[in-house]
Design a protein around this ligand. Structure first.
Ligand code: HMG
Ligand code: MG
Length: 284
């Protein structure tokens, strides 16, 4: 049996949060329901952020209420603050994610807080989640490059990732938000992050702006990372990171990993169906 790699599907959240067209909740639900048949263990479907900041995610509660939940699939939601946490719990998200940045410029642009302020906001969220046994994932954005501050020192990534782990995040996903990382910068960044967080608790979250996400995944595999975030059809980007393209396409990652003998447990025919749906949603 080949080595197992897990893909955390991001399309319904990281993908759709950046679409220009207002996508009806029913279309989002249809996409999630299709993805639920593909074999993912985790799908990010919702984001309880301010609708003034990201109007595309306003229907997140309805999405969680309307999907057909498949056994063994964890449906995840982003939560920037206590208000988002409460909404995610009310909507019965199976897990939540807090999101920080390794660069101050992006932190301010994305969540209107310094890195330290954002971490302070996460403390009560993690405490509340621990009390009810709700798993919390952590994100660190701009792990190699920031659109406002330039290159990110690897030590900053290690610091923020380590802090999220210490607070109780079960996994830390490292975001190349603007897709400018190279195998060299990803390797240097991971080298530092691994001093604070074991490989088994790290994930790679690479946007494909420069077409290097797959080789950056290869560099991460070399260092023992076995979880990657991806979005069907390469959907998305981040509204607060100018020029950011979508996450690397799930189907491209699956093909790339399969060629190298890794197993993902995903059904390619269902993924193709979902990717086609995603492309239709994009052109609307
Ligand atoms: P703020 O303006 O500093 O905060 O925003 P505020 O407390 O003054 O709230 C502003 C308004 O939003 C208020 O409404 C609040 O009630 C409301 P008003 O009084 O003006 O009518 N509000 C909320 N509404 C619904 N749900 C909430 C909520 N919180 C406040 N949870 C805030 C601070 C964090 C809220 C804002 O900056 C925000 O929502 N940012 C989210 C930005 C975002 O979603 N970015 C994309 C996701 S991150 C990403 O894509 C990166 C990632 O993929 C990894 C990578 O690629 O690197 C994860
Ligand atoms: Mg992202």
């Amino acid at each position: 049996m080949g080595d197992r790699v897990e893909i955390f599907e991001m399309g319904p959240r990281d993908g759709l949060q950046n679409e220009k067209r207002e996508i009806p909740v029913a279309e989002k639900i249809a996409l999630v329901d299709c993805l639920s048949r593909a074999g993912f263990r985790r799908i990010e479907v919702a984001s309880f952020v301010s609708p003034k900041w990201v109007p595309q995610m306003a229907g997140s509660g309805e999405v969680l209420a309307g999907i057909t939940r498949a056994d063994g699939v964890s449906y995840a939601a982003l939560t920037p603050n206590m208000r988002g946490y409460q909404d995610a719990v009310a909507a019965q998200a199976d897990e939540i994610a807090v999101f920080a940045s390794a660069s101050e410029g992006f932190s301010k642009a994305n969540i209107n807080a310094t890195i330290a302020e954002s971490i302070a906001r996460f403390v009560p969220i993690l405490e509340a989640a621990r009390e009810i046994g709700l798993p919390v994932r952590g994100y660190v954005s701009c792990v190699t490059d920031c659109p406002f501050d330039g290159p990110t020192p690897p030590g900053r990534v290690a610091e923020v990732a380590g802090r999220l782990l210490d607070l109780g995040c079960y996994e830390v996903s490292l975001g190349d938000t603007v897709g400018q990382g190279t195998p060299e910068s990803i390797t240097a960044m991971l080298g530092a992050a691994l001093d604070r967080v074991p490989a088994a608790k790290l994930a790679g979250h690479y946007h494909d702006t420069a077409g290097r996400a797959l080789i950056n995944i290869d560099a991460s595999l070399e260092l023992g990372v076995r979880v990657f975030d991806a979005a069907v059809g390469g959907l998305g980007g981040c509204p607060y990171a100018p020029g950011a393209a979508g996450n690397v396409a799930t189907e491209a990652v699956v093909n790339h990993l399969t060629e190298q003998g890794y197993e993902t447990g995903l059904d390619m025919a269902v993924l193709d169906e979902a990717a086609q749906m995603a492309r239709m949603m994009r052109t609307g």
